[in-house]
Unconditional design. Structure first.
Length: 299
């Protein structure tokens, strides 16, 4: 990999960190207006609108329906957006923004194990040590929670697994790693799956009241068009230039550190000393991954 390619990957990863820092706080605000399932669906629909518009402008709508790779793209959308969004927003509705940010830090753990078992990447000792530090930091920061909060935490802890499985499918089965095509699959097919599930289990009863629409529409539009599509497109660009495990470990544990400031300024949530130590521990894991060279080239 060229130095320019790696520098571009690190720049995209940095954008992902800044973008992701706002996700827990905005999710907490939007899920106060409607059910988590409804927020998941309409967030995905706004993201799908942006990416389909881009494909149409570029004359590349055919990328959504390739002859041989359609099942793979559908699986990526169903898991990476359909399942992941349902879990994430249902969990975010039940816990604080800080807890939301903490729980998704489990992604490097799934990434390290999965890329070894599924993709055959090596498992360097430095990365193993980093994952142990990240897991320890998460456990320390979450501590003992009341039983009423475990359902939300469980949803959030499972969310990164859905993201990672969709990444493994993409890297293992697609002949070309096209960030725009993957983003389109995530939100078009993810919206289809979410829409069917929403109609079956919730339907219009999950929509906000008429008085809340003024806050609901701009919130889910921001979530879908900027935080979701913008973050996903940059994420796949970073993964293409860095290996999946490295990109995951740079972005996922770093974003919550920045999100602490956002959640404090917007929601007034304050970090406890235990959470601060937990965040610091995960930061050590981030540093170890960031200094570790890439183990695969996806260009």
């Amino acid at each position: 990999m060229s130095r320019q390619g790696e520098a571009a990957g690190l720049l995209l990863a940095s954008y992902c960190i800044a973008n992701s820092a706002f996700v827990p706080t905005v999710a907490k605000l939007t899920t106060s207006l409607a059910s988590g399932f409804t927020i998941a669906l309409f967030t995905s629909l706004f993201a799908a609108f942006v990416v389909v518009s881009l494909l149409a402008l570029r004359g590349e709508l055919r990328l959504l329906v390739p002859r041989t790779e359609l099942p793979t793209l559908f699986a990526i959308g169903a898991l990476g957006t359909g399942v992941a969004f349902a879990l994430f927003y249902s969990g975010a509705q039940r816990v604080t923004a800080i807890e939301t940010a903490l729980c998704v830090q489990t992604e490097p753990i799934y990434s390290l194990i999965g890329t070894r078992l599924v993709l055959g990447y090596p498992m360097p000792k430095r990365r193993v040590a980093a994952v142990i530090a990240i897991a320890g930091g998460i456990a320390l920061a979450l501590g003992i929670r009341p039983s009423s909060g475990w359902l939300g935490l469980g949803f959030l802890l499972a969310t990164p697994l859905a993201w990672q499985v969709s990444h493994w499918i993409a890297l293992k089965n697609l002949s070309e790693f096209n960030p725009l095509q993957l983003s389109a699959a995530r939100y078009v097919y993810g919206s289809f799956v979410l829409g069917l599930a929403w109609l079956a289990f919730e339907g219009p009863s999950g929509l906000p009241s008429r008085g809340d629409l003024a806050g609901f529409v701009p919130g889910v539009a921001l979530q879908g068009m900027v935080l979701s599509f913008g973050g996903t497109f940059a994420w796949y660009g970073a993964v293409k230039r860095l290996d999946l495990t490295r990109a995951t470990a740079i972005v996922v544990p770093s974003a919550p550190i920045v999100s602490l400031v956002v959640s404090y300024l917007v929601l007034g949530e304050q970090v406890t000393p235990r959470e601060a130590v937990g965040f610091a521990t995960t930061a050590l894991g981030v540093l170890a991954f960031a200094l570790s060279p890439s183990v695969a080239n996806h260009e």
